[in-house]
Design a protein around this ligand. Structure first.
Ligand SMILES: [Zn+2]
Length: 286
């Protein structure tokens, strides 16, 4: 297949299985840069803004891990056997405080060594209001861009995913861990003073943090002193009413591309969360 031209005059057509979009932070004052990943093809999406875009699902889904065909996608692009076998599909990934590695029941201890027993960040972010989240240290700022956060502030670094889960649980007594994706897509956000929010939360959660440090070691949960990060997205126009496309119900979608935020395409005909369709074989014309 020929390389995809980045010329804004040419219509590009690509076909293959969807991966989540690659999002790079923009240079100072610039919007994030989005790359659509379809099989081995790459399409620079910022250049497609304001232009027609059509996306059609062929009906095929390939497991992102093993490549085998699957009728249904489990945990964002896995076949059922992988969904049941992989550590990354286990419930403890979503709820790290339930890590069962030390009970000897981890599905893939070697994978866990590389992914869970690595430094994790506990952060505050603002995609649709204040929220707490965790991510592996290497996933910053990708994680924030994937969520459509407009502001983020790393608060703690900890040694393992499980520890970050316990800190997040503590923060959840005071603050949500969810993004309201409709508000995020409408651009219903207001600027927050994240360092002030952090300081307010730290004083309220002082006792709980002391308990966790007692349990995991005095040096286990380290406060960071990093500046807040601001993130911008390429959006020409925010929808006033958010309508979602669903490829399972309607495999062909088309519209004018009005924006890119989080893992969503914002079209004048509705929005679509591409991450949800990881592994779906699609044809995209833009
Ligand atoms: Zn598989």
């Amino acid at each position: 297949m020929p390389a995809v031209a980045e010329s804004i005059d040419a219509t590009a057509e690509v076909q293959g299985c969807l991966s989540k979009m690659a999002i790079m932070p923009g240079k100072k004052g610039e919007a994030a840069r989005y790359t659509l990943r379809v099989g081995d093809e790459r399409l620079a999406l910022n250049a497609c803004l304001g232009r027609p875009l059509a996306l059609a699902w062929t009906g095929a889904i390939a497991c992102t891990h093993c490549g085998r065909a699957t009728k249904k996608s489990f945990a964002q692009g896995h076949c059922y056997p992988c969904f049941k076998a992989l550590a990354q599909c286990d419930t403890c990934i979503m709820k790290p405080e339930t890590c069962h590695f030390f009970e000897g029941t981890c599905r893939e201890p070697e994978w866990a060594e590389r992914h869970c027993f690595q430094p994790h960040i506990v952060y505050l972010s603002n995609a649709s209001g204040l929220k707490v989240g965790i991510t592996r240290g290497t996933q910053v700022p990708t994680r924030w861009l994937d969520q459509g956060a407009v502001q983020a502030l790393p608060v703690f670094t900890v040694d393992t995913r499980q520890q970050s889960g316990f800190v997040e649980m503590l923060f959840k007594e005071e603050v949500s861990d969810r993004t309201n994706w409709r508000a995020m897509l409408k651009g219903d956000t207001f600027e927050m003073d994240l360092p002030a929010e952090r300081d307010r939360l730290l004083s309220r959660l002082d006792g709980g943090l002391a308990n966790l440090r007692e349990r995991f070691g005095a040096d286990s949960i380290r406060l960071l002193d990093e500046p807040p990060v601001t993130l911008d997205y390429p959006v020409l126009e925010y929808p006033t009413k958010v309508v979602s496309h669903n490829l399972d119900k309607n495999p062909e979608i088309a519209g004018t591309l009005l924006g890119l935020k989080g893992q969503y395409l914002i079209l004048d005909s509705g929005v679509i969360n591409l991450r949800k369709y990881t592994g779906y074989e699609v044809r995209v014309a833009a």
